[in-house]
Design a protein around this ligand. Structure first.
Ligand code: GDP
Ligand code: MG
Length: 136
């Protein structure tokens, strides 16, 4: 049973030239790319995407960061794609939670600048894919 997940290479990942690295890991895992776009997110898109965090201490910084430069949005497809990409990404905090061998564990230090986003559930994936790729 194939499923789809929404992945972002956040502006820090694009700035650091890690787009190819992230895509290579997705492909080596056995997942497929169903959509891919380089774009700079507007504030409304970022606020929708991170609506669950509205009101938290880091929310405004997070929206500033995500809209601060070009990012790569992808739809990734395959068996268990949602948990499989979360495994590749590693935990939210690149030092305290993500382990070496994961994208965040290998390349990240600060919690905000953790390089990638991946949907955390089937409901989130459906909601997020509609935000970034309404025509898919
Ligand atoms: P994720 O699902 O692993 O990406 O983590 P969350 O959904 O909890 O948080 C969304 C994003 O907000 C994270 O990926 C980080 O970029 C950022 N973030 C989360 N917690 C913090 C925090 O405590 N401080 C800051 N500055 N950013 C955070
Ligand atoms: Mg999340």
């Amino acid at each position: 049973m194939s499923e789809r997940t929404l992945v972002l290479v956040k502006p820090d990942g694009v700035e650091r030239g890690l787009v190819g690295e992230v895509i290579a890991r997705i492909e080596r895992k056995g997942l497929k790319l169903a959509a891919l776009e380089l774009r700079t997110a507007d504030r409304a898109t970022a606020e929708q995407h991170y609506a669950e965090h509205d009101g938290k201490s880091f929310y405004n910084d997070l929206v500033d960061f995500i809209t601060g430069g070009p990012l790569v949005a992808l739809v990734v497809e395959g068996t268990r794609a949602i948990p499989a990409f979360r495994q590749l990404a590693g935990g939210t905090d690149p030092v305290e939670k993500a382990t070496p061998g994961t994208i965040r564990g290998d390349f990240g230090i600060e919690v905000q600048y953790n390089l990638v986003h991946g949907s955390d559930s089937a409901e989130s994936a459906e909601r997020e894919i509609k935000i970034w790729f309404p025509n898919l």
